[in-house]
Design a protein around this ligand. Structure first.
Ligand code: ADP
Length: 721
């Protein structure tokens, strides 16, 4: 599922909320922290205050105890004058502002009370914990609240021991109704709303700022009672007896065991806090509202600007140019200007593209190229008009793959289908040629270049390409093939001619030698006394020449059949001397003087000796021919030795006509001759032989007269430096 993209307004709203809420949270934290601290300080002060009030109460107890201790030492009491002591006690009563002074014997019986005239029978005290304490410790003390047997209301009392001869014989007590303690609270000028109470050591209320009469003598709430038992000072949150939630600070006196508790209504404590919180919430809501309104308005402006750009952008994409809208956001205006520039670029590019498309179409049409596109996924084919024409389809005919394949020549169909299949498998481009059988019965050769496009899944998606008529080229190729065959045939014929020419040429010399030897033998035989030894020599010469002719034929056959020739080490000097023997008669007949400059002894090449003889014979005979018109001395020099790069060189120099400079290479071509009865094959065959030996044969003119032919051959392996 696609994620919904938020709009500008929503994004800005999120921004506002994202900014305001954390700030509000921090403010709330600070407020809470501030109030907690303030409350802690307030409660600390309140505990001190409770302690101070407790000190006032304790001070009242202590001063009363001091006054009673003084009274206990009065002589009337000492003398047992209880009547006199009653009068004295009534006097002291005003001084110590007590409600009554009583004298109690150790059994708890009231001996006298200032509330009653002396001698009036008095009740017995019911419970006397203070009396017991005094008797045990011998120290003054304060009682808890109890129902006074005479006053018949709650009272408390401060008592001191009365000693006679060191023993405690009585307890002298001053008694108050709790209203006196209420007065102490009233003097503290506590805030009206605060609940203050003075509590006796058993947890009963002795005085209270509010509803005093209703609650005096009642036990404090259990939570406070529990705390009073466990700790001397502290703070707790609890409800008052009349059900008001308060934060109470209390302080218990270690001297009397009484306590003072000050309760501040929670309501009052949290009022400021609540007010701050309300302000905070109101401020947050207001900030959120303002922020969201601004986000809505600003976001609206941005969104409108963006929307206004959509249509121009579409126009630009389509190659058009829309009038620039007036926008509310500067950046959007910049985008609009950029769009305007882009529109110009796009329109230029499109114009260029149109032109290049036109040019391409022109070129494609001019080249008579048929365009086709094939959807490989759905199987549809689109073809251009030229393509239809090329394949012989009318404009109305539907072109499908099977219809097209039917048109392809049956002999080419399978190959074409294979090419298409392989191209689809491999992707990329392909080229193919095939014949098309046109409806009018004629055939056409078609060349086709295609390329396969693959989708993102790597599978072939589309094939597109061009097809064109290659009939003319194919015909030209066929003709060329035909001509090539002809040329090959002709060259074979020429070879044959060359071979027969060569045979005639090479055999001419031995045959001539055989003929002249045979004629010489005839001449000898006609003599009256023929020299039979001479005739025998002549016959031997004839046999040698004949054998040479036979070998020549054999080797020429090998040469033209490209068969490998047997090689052997041929010593240069032996080669040269062998040839000079062979040509001895010819040289003499031509009146030529032969000079041999031999090679260093043992210098040899690896060669077929007969073929090398043939080459040397040819060179020497050509030299003789060239000097036919030379006046004066006719000299041929055969110089054998080392050429450059460690090769052997046999140079044959004459002093004949020389070779025209431009002809120095052409003389090696077959059938080139300047002689009336020449065949122009000698040098060509010689070069073939020398090349077959890995050597070279070249001609140069001598500085003075004549030409020199260099027969250069690789030295035999072992002799190479
Ligand atoms: P042919 O001897 O039948 O003419 P070659 O191939 O042996 O055929 O020689 C070709 C031509 O090269 C000769 O006709 C001649 O013109 C020229 N030629 C060969 N050798 C010499 C030479 N030593 N001096 C001058 N010309 C030469």
């Amino acid at each position: 599922m696609r994620r919904k993209i938020p709009g500008v307004r929503a994004s800005l709203a999120v921004l506002v909320v994202g900014c305001v809420l954390p700030l509000a949270s921090v403010a709330a934290f600070l407020i809470v922290d501030f109030y907690e601290r303030e409350q802690a300080v307030l409660m600390e002060n309140t505990v001190s205050r409770a302690r101070a009030i407790m000190a006032v109460v304790d001070h009242g107890f202590e001063s009363t105890a001091s006054a009673l201790q003084a009274l206990a030492t009065s002589h009337q009491l000492h003398d047992g004058d209880l009547k006199g002591f009653h009068e004295r006690a009534v006097d002291v009563l005003d001084m110590i502002h007590a409600d009554s002074i009583v004298l109690v014997d150790p059994s708890g019986a009231l001996l006298l009370s200032t509330r009653r005239p002396y001698g009036t029978p008095l009740p017995r005290l019911r419970a006397t914990p203070l009396l017991r304490r005094i008797l045990q410790t011998g120290k003054p003390g304060v009682s808890d609240m109890f129902m006074g047997p005479i006053a018949n209301q709650y009272v408390y009392t401060v008592g001191v021991p009365v000693r006679r001869d060191g023993a405690i014989v009585m307890s002298l007590n001053a008694t108050w109704t709790p209203i006196r303690l209420h007065g102490v609270l009233a003097q503290q000028k506590l805030a009206n709303t605060w609940r203050a109470a003075i509590i006796d050591s058993t947890g009963h209320i002795a005085a209270r700022t509010h509803d005093n009469t209703r609650f005096v003598g009642k036990e404090v709430v259990p939570a406070l009672l529990q705390r009073l038992r466990t700790s001397a000072e502290g703070v707790l949150e609890a409800n008052t007896l009349d059900g008001i939630p308060v934060l109470t600070a209390y302080s218990r006196s270690s001297a009397s065991g009484w306590s003072v508790a000050l309760g501040i209504p929670v309501d009052e404590l949290t009022r400021g806090f609540h007010r701050s919180l309300v302000w905070l919430i109101a401020g947050t809501v207001a900030a959120l509202a303002l922020g969201l309104v601004l986000a809505w308005r600003i976001g609206g402006g941005i969104a409108r600007s963006m929307h206004a750009l959509v249509e121009p952008a579409r126009k630009v994409a389509g190659g058009g140019m829309a009038p620039l809208p007036q926008l509310e956001v500067r950046e959007a205006n910049e985008v609009a200007l950029a769009l305007h520039d882009a529109a110009a670029v796009v329109s230029d590019a499109q114009a260029g593209m149109r032109e290049s498309e036109q040019r391409l179409a022109l070129a494609v049409n001019a080249a008579r190229m048929g365009i086709w596109v094939r959807d490989l996924v759905h199987g549809g084919i689109w073809v251009s008009d030229v393509w239809r024409e090329l394949m012989g389809f009318t404009a109305e005919q539907e072109v499908t793959m099977s219809v097209f394949l039917e048109r392809v020549h049956a002999d080419d169909r399978a190959a074409l289908m294979r090419t298409l299949y392989e191209a689809q498998e491999a992707g990329g481009g392909y080229q193919t040629e095939f014949r098309v059988q046109l409806p009018d019965g004629t055939q056409r050769w078609v060349g086709s270049h295609g390329s396969i496009e693959c989708g993102s899944d790597g599978r072939a998606r589309l094939a597109r390409g061009v097809s064109f008529d290659i009939t003319q080229r194919k015909q030209a190729e066929l003709e060329a093939q035909h001509k090539q065959k002809e040329v090959m045939h002709l060259s074979r014929v020429a070879m044959l001619g060359e071979l027969s020419g060569a045979l005639a040429h090479e055999l001419n010399q031995p045959l001539t030698a055989i003929l002249s030897n045979a004629q010489a033998a005839q001449r000898f035989m006609r003599l009256p006394q023929p020299d039979l030894d001479e005739v025998r020599d002549i016959l031997q010469d004839i046999i040698d020449e004949d054998q040479r002719a036979g070998e020549i034929i054999l080797r020429l056959r090998r040469l033209f059949s490209n068969a490998d020739m047997p090689r052997q080490a041929v010593e240069l000097n032996e080669l040269v001397s062998g040839v000079t023997v062979l040509l001895r008669n010819d040289l003499i007949n031509h009146g030529v003087k032969l000079i041999v400059e031999p090679a260093p002894a043992g210098m040899a090449v690896s060669a077929d000796p007969v073929q090398l003889q043939q080459v040397l014979v040819n060179l020497l005979m050509n030299a003789c021919d060239a000097m036919a018109d030379t006046q004066g001395e006719r000299t041929v020099t055969v110089r054998a030795g080392l050429a450059e790069e460690g090769r052997a060189d046999i140079a044959v120099s004459d002093c004949g006509s020389g070779v025209p400079q431009a002809m120095l290479e052409r003389i090696f071509e077959s059938f080139y001759t300047t002689k009336a009865r020449g065949m122009g094959l000698g040098l060509s065959i010689c070069r073939t032989i020398v090349k077959a030996h890995g050597g070279e044969l070249r001609a140069e003119n001598n500085p003075g007269q004549g030409a020199t032919f260099h027969l250069v051959l690789p030295l035999q392996e072992t002799q190479q430096p």
